[in-house]
Design a protein. Structure first.
Length: 74
C-alpha cells in the first residue's frame, strides 16, 4: 500500500486551491491541484482520476470498459 500524502504548506484552503485550479489553462496542473484539494478535504488522491474506466484505464470501440480480445486476424 502506498504511503500517505502529507501536505505541509497549509497557506490556502481546499476551496482556494480548487478556485486556482479552475483558472489554470494547463489541464495537467489543474488535475494536480484538484488532487491536492481532495486530499486536504480528507478524500483519496486517486478517486476520480481513473474516470470510471476500470483498472485498465482503456475503453474498447463500443465504449464499454475492458480490453478487446487479442489474437491473430483470420
Amino acid at each position: 500500500m502506498p504511503a500517505g500524502i502529507e501536505i505541509t504548506n497549509t497557506g490556502h484552503t481546499a476551496a482556494e486551491i480548487r478556485a486556482l485550479a479552475r483558472k489554470r489553462r494547463n489541464r495537467a496542473e489543474a488535475r494536480r491541484l484538484e488532487a491536492i484539494a481532495r486530499v486536504m478535504d480528507g478524500g483519496g488522491a486517486v478517486g476520480r482520476l481513473r474516470g470510471g474506466r476500470g483498472s485498465t484505464g482503456r475503453r474498447c470501440a463500443t465504449g464499454s470498459a475492458g480490453a478487446m480480445p487479442r489474437g491473430r486476424p483470420a
